[in-house]
Write a protein that binds this ligand. Sequence first.
Ligand SMILES: *[C@@H]1O[C@H](CO)[C@@H](O)[C@H](O)[C@H]1NC(C)=O
Ligand SMILES: *[C@@H]1O[C@H](CO)[C@@H](O)[C@H](O)[C@H]1NC(C)=O
Length: 357
Amino acid sequence: MGSNYALFVCISLMMSATSAVDVHNIQELAAAKKGSDKFISIKNLHVPAGVTLDLENLQPDTVLEFAGRVTFGFKEWTGPLVRIAGKKVTIKGKPGHVIDGEGARWWDGKGGAGGKVKPKFMRLKLDDSVVQDLHVKNAPVQMFTANNCKNLVITNVNLDNEDAHKNRIGRNTDGFGVGDSKNVTVQNSRVYNQDDCFCCGSGVDIKFINNICIGGNGISIGSMGSNRVVEKLTVRKCKVISSFNGIRIKARKGEKSSVSDVTFDDIEIKDIQHNGIIIHGNYPTWHPTDEPTAQCPIKNLVVNNVRGTVQKGGSNVWIWLANGAASNWKWNSNVTGGGKKLACKGIPAGLKVPCGK
Ligand SMILES: *[C@@H]1O[C@H](CO)[C@@H](O)[C@H](O)[C@H]1NC(C)=O
Ligand SMILES: *[C@@H]1O[C@H](CO)[C@@H](O)[C@H](O)[C@H]1NC(C)=O
């Protein structure tokens, strides 16, 4: 037993001593990606202005680690600042690391709608992979997008744009965006931002589990349109705090798309400004003066144990769909505090939804 243990310790030490290829400047990156070590450490790297940190074409079984402080030069451009792509890879952060966009250099309160041209931050295209323990800070705009991914788990990722909150200088700093993907789970993570915390515009078998959202625009499906499909999406055990909306499904007016087999379960919302739960078919507006359309069926929706509070000026639950768009829903929510009583429409016949209360 004793000697086996000693041998094990010895092997572990040897393994942990296998050389990571440290990348301190961008010139070293191409060689590191081709190397036989398959362990790349992006360490205290400064990425020059206007250049994407190109972490694409990673070899299968690569472990890519971020260490120290990774920063980017300033330029007005659309980015992204970081692009990661591969199959069967592990992306992780070493304790104490930060991927710092230093977004304050771009923030002007206008987000993607004007002012300085702002680079998107991180874009992922990964299959059969894991992303874990990342600390991403101060994105100029959109923080973290996973498009065309399959069998991906994102766990313990901290998207921290709290610094952009002062004077509302940060805008469109969406947290996790998932699109055109299959079997993607985002879990055990935290987002402090100024737009959607999590947003899925298309995909199958997507999960958002045990996450905390602060300051932004809540958890959102859509905007649906352009024939996009969201199927089998589960949001469970999440908290949405001090945000504009709590949970939301939004469909664009007059555009075909579909949402099915969606579950929101065990969600706590707190201090929501606008709507605790909002499901509407008149995007890009969200006002009862604008009629919804029925081109986006929303079927097999479960809202279960969604609870918490809305500010006095907001409304607890608002559903604004054209007749026939919604079918086979189950509903159990307890959202209180909102003083704005909006009429609802398009709720499936026979279902009790505390709308307008
Ligand atoms: C979904 O992805 C996870 C994690 O990569 C994997 O373990 C699981 O087998 C996948 N499920 C399906 C149905 O492919
Ligand atoms: C609904 O929530 C309020 C507080 O937000 C609580 O007082 C009330 O008991 C809850 N109702 C049910 C049926 O759980």
